[in-house]
Design a protein around this ligand. Structure first.
Ligand SMILES: [Cu+2]
Length: 443
């Protein structure tokens, strides 16, 4: 056992001294580690006040221990390997074995002590985005505290003054560390379990990366031209579905730590945004939506009654954000004569393949891909290719799910006669090409 002063250093001790009711930290709690990329079952609290826990898409919640009346967590900042989807692994920085880091769950009024150990090759800090805490705990390196040097452990102590959904990320070499995937979510449950309760509660954070095909590291100085659009550092078809029981009240908490906004759209339902990182929205100010824009550096939480069974697409509505790495700089060749173009291209590049003149549906096309990248569009459903990537997954609403069952229930069994179908009709005339207008224009 060592003294608090010994491992904190005097500067951090001074900045922490405003926290009242602080007790001596007897020892640093163990740092749990996760290496699985599928959603872990909800972590029901075994001590402290009770709450209905969240589940994190392709992630987990960080276990804690009680020390007196303090809830203690241990985050370890470290290099990790993250699989974006099968076939592509990326070297990122994260926490406790994963990027993003584990979700931290607590209850309004809890006193928390979060140990942060730095196993990165450079210094770091942790900022608690949206949380109302003392200035010396806010985690802006240089402004609120000294940076945490490699090998060192700092401790953050504060009271969870309000419930809601927040984020954590470094405020230390921020451009690099956030581009490398250092982020996670914080969920503070209301002290009153009857305040807006739900049956299922999902959380994830959005981040974007530029990882060129065949490489394993994000380009950290990229500002606009990203090619991997992720939810919890996963892309379709690697993002977990959201299994939901018919009739459940469902909450989805979405953080955005990428560098652009994402209009998030759910099919088959309307929902209301009920909470932001600023707090709960009064019921009188809520309105129905099917898409909600999640701005940069913000959280949007929506509540939805899952009263329409089926497989419902859930995705960012920017169509380039539902694509993966390849093919972003392809020219639009719709309507261009393939024969003439192939002749011209053939002179320059004998092996080239001219594509795109009838759209870019790639579902039935197989092209060899370079190592460690993902096709622009992929995924297969029960009726054929889904042709999506990036920020896309499926909310699967079923009648027969058990309360805490978050396993993928498989494809929806459509009731007979409820699927769009082909009818007998004369073959349509071939599509006209531009250059042969349907009518002579009268001037
Ligand atoms: Cu988007």
């Amino acid at each position: 056992m060592f003294s608090r002063r010994g491992f904190l250093g005097t500067a951090a001790l001074a900045s922490a001294s405003v926290v009242s009711g602080r007790v001596q930290a007897a020892s640093i709690p163990e740092a749990p580690h996760m290496d699985k990329v599928v959603m872990q079952p909800p972590l029901h609290p075994i001590s402290g006040p009770d709450y209905r826990p969240v589940v994190t898409l392709n992630g987990w919640s960080l276990p804690f221990r009680m020390n007196g009346d303090w809830k203690e967590f241990h985050l370890v900042a470290e290099p990790v390997v993250r699989e974006f989807a099968e076939g592509m692994k990326v070297n990122l920085w994260g926490y406790n074995g994963q990027s993003p880091g584990p979700t931290i769950e607590a209850v309004e009024g809890d006193k928390v002590r979060i140990f942060v150990t730095n196993r990165l090759p450079e210094y770091t800090t942790v900022h608690w985005h949206g949380m109302i805490i003392p200035s010396g705990m806010d985690g802006v390196g240089g402004l609120n505290q000294p940076h945490i040097d490699p090998g060192k452990t700092f401790v953050y102590e504060f009271e969870m003054r309000k419930s809601g959904t927040f984020m954590y990320h470094p405020h230390s070499d921020e451009m690099v560390q956030m581009a490398m995937g250092m982020m996670g979510m914080v969920v503070v449950h209301p002290r009153d379990p009857n305040f807006r309760p739900v049956d299922r509660d999902f959380v994830f954070v959005m981040s974007t990366y530029r990882v060129d095909p065949g490489t394993y590291l994000p380009k950290v100085n990229e500002m606009t031209d990203f090619n991997m659009w992720t939810w919890n550092a996963r892309v379709f078809p690697g993002i977990d579905p959201l299994p939901v029981r018919l009739g459940d009240k469902v909450r989805v908490r979405i953080g955005n730590l990428s560098m652009t906004n994402h209009p998030i759209h759910l099919h088959g339902h309307s929902f209301a945004v009920t909470c932001t990182d600023g707090g709960w929205i009064p019921e009188s100010a809520q309105y129905p939506e099917t898409t909600t824009d999640v701005p940069v550096g913000a959280v949007r939480v929506f509540d939805v009654l899952a009263d329409n069974p089926g497989d419902w697409a859930f995705h960012c509505h920017k169509s380039h954000h539902t694509m993966n790495a390849m093919g972003h700089d392809m020219r639009n060749l719709i309507g261009v004569s393939r024969k003439d173009l192939a002749k011209a291209v053939g002179k320059l590049a004998p092996d080239a393949m001219v594509m795109g003149q009838a759209g870019m549906a790639m579902g039935n096309m197989e092209m060899p891909a370079p190592d460690n990248t993902l096709p622009m569009m992929s995924g297969t459903g029960q009726f054929g290719p889904i042709e999506m990537g990036g920020m896309f997954t499926v909310m699967k609403i079923r009648e027969d799910l058990a309360r805490d069952d978050y396993r993928d229930p498989g494809p929806y069994q459509f009731p007979k006669g409820t699927v769009a179908y082909e009818v007998g009709a004369p073959d349509a005339a071939p599509m006209r090409q531009p250059g042969s207008p349907p009518h002579k224009m009268k001037m």
